[in-house]
Design a protein around this ligand. Structure first.
Ligand code: SF4
Length: 441
């Protein structure tokens, strides 16, 4: 291929960003840019960023600091920032980081080749953070990233209308926008032909899929359509909002063989006072009721969630209510964070901010509690036979095979690479804090 160039993409944040990075590589591949893992070889460096919490945002600035030397050595090098930090900061980011060439916001992925050309032609920084009525990159089908790929993300919607008081997403990703059913189904059919066996339907709030489309299709109805696609054996989705989960969707877990026995259902806090301040739209009891219904519909369902400590105004009593909810639900796993104020959100303006020491102390207690529950749950699987979709070789040991159960637990076992892409039965021999070990049957 002539004029071949290299692009290095570094991703921060959630699955949406991971998937957007795949799309970026796909879009640029059409313009002769090949991905590289070696930043020194790159003609273009792109950071796909996250601003949901302070930590990943800080990491972006330190990465940009490291790339300054490369730019000094190679003035043709194009350095760009996309994603949520780009959307949030726009021109300010260009002012703050002198060696930055390009800012592309969350609705501007499809414009990347033109924007890069603009930078190269003028060598002046370019900033594209407009929101569009229709997000073209929603329909971009990423190229397969490696031969072993048997699972894939598929975006079904993006943006959010919920405006939780702590969250920056509605401001940086825009309002909810669903992707037409036909383009989703076509993409999944293509993936199936390429050997993908498991799809994860992605969106900030998948439960409200269909809003604004003339098709009148609910999320559960979309699931039913995906369920019919030959070659797709497993369907996952994330993220679900507890207030928007329908009875129809709850029933789908028990009814469909392809819908995996796992739900990620962020609860954020166990205190009704804090949930109201967060504008979450449910109480602790309502959340518990939803989990109960899910377990009635599918007794083996694994439940994971996001939770935060130290939301402004959270007192000791509120924190204890969060611990109580964790005890009652017995989550399979939790993603726990310290609240960090996000500029422009309502919660950031609440005067009763909690100090860092208290937040760290609470987070430590919460994580210790969950660690015990996760280990207990994983050990309870010892002796059982689980169906595992083999995803590849274990990157740490390099010898074993690795895959996931329907309940999304990682299982490592001895086997050969020919098993990749197959569903195998594995007897679980040991349950650890983060994974299971088993023996193929
Ligand atoms: S539901 Fe709330 S937390 Fe989730 S993306 Fe929307 S605003 Fe953010």
């Amino acid at each position: 291929m002539t004029n071949e160039r290299f692009v290095y993409v570094q991703t921060f944040g959630c699955q949406m960003n991971v998937h957007d990075s795949e799309k970026i590589l796909s879009i640029l591949a059409e313009h002769c840019y090949r991905p590289t893992g070696d930043v020194r070889r790159a003609d273009i460096i792109l950071l796909n960023t996250c601003s949901v919490r302070a930590k990943p945002e800080h990491k972006v600035y330190s990465a940009l600091g490291r790339f300054k030397k490369l730019k000094e050595k190679n003035e043709k090098l194009v350095i760009g920032v996309g994603g949520c930090v780009a959307q949030q900061e726009g021109e300010r980011l260009l002012e703050r980081v002198g060696h930055l060439d390009l800012i592309f916001g969350t609705h501007n992925l499809h414009r990347l080749p033109d924007l890069i050309r603009e930078v190269q032609a003028g060598r002046a920084p370019v900033c594209a953070v407009e929101f569009f009525e229709e997000v073209q990159s929603l329909n971009t089908v990423p190229m397969p990233s490696h031969g072993e790929k048997v699972t894939s993300y598929v975006t079904i919607m993006q943006g959010c209308d919920n405006f939780c008081s702590f969250c920056i997403v509605p401001y940086v990703r825009g309002r909810e926008m669903s992707r037409p059913r036909e383009t989703i189904l076509e993409e999944i059919e293509t993936l199936s032909k390429r050997g993908v066996r498991e799809v994860t339907l992605l969106g900030q709030n998948v439960n409200s899929y269909g809003k604004g489309l003339s098709e009148g299709l609910t999320f559960s109805q979309l699931l039913a359509r995906v369920n019919e696609i030959e070659g797709i054996w497993r369907i996952r989705f994330t993220t679900s909002h507890p207030k928007d989960i329908s009875e129809e969707l709850i029933r789908a877990f028990g009814k469909s063989r392809k819908v995996c026995k796992h739900i990620h259902l962020p609860f954020q806090s166990g205190s009704d006072k804090i949930l109201e301040m967060m504008n979450r739209g449910y109480t602790g009891d309502q959340y518990l009721e939803t989990v109960e219904k899910l377990r009635e519909s599918c007794p083996e369902i694994a439940v994971t969630a996001d939770v935060m400590v130290g939301f402004p105004g959270e007192d000791e009593g509120d924190f204890l209510e969060t611990l109580e909810l964790i005890e009652r639900v017995q989550f399979d796993n939790l993603f726990s964070f310290k609240y960090s104020p996000r500029k422009g959100t309502k919660a950031a303006r609440v005067p009763a901010q909690i100090d860092e020491t208290t937040k760290s102390h609470r987070l430590g207690i919460l994580q210790e509690l969950q660690k015990g529950i996760t280990l207990k749950k994983n050990r309870a699987l010892e002796g059982r036979c689980e169906e595992v979709l083999v995803e590849g070789t274990n990157k740490v040991t390099g010898e074993e095979m690795t895959g996931r159960t329907s309940s999304h637990k990682v299982v490592n076992f001895k086997g050969s690479p020919e098993l990749i892409g197959q569903l195998v039965k594995v007897r679980i021999e040991a349950g650890y804090a983060n994974s299971l070990r088993g023996k193929i049957m």
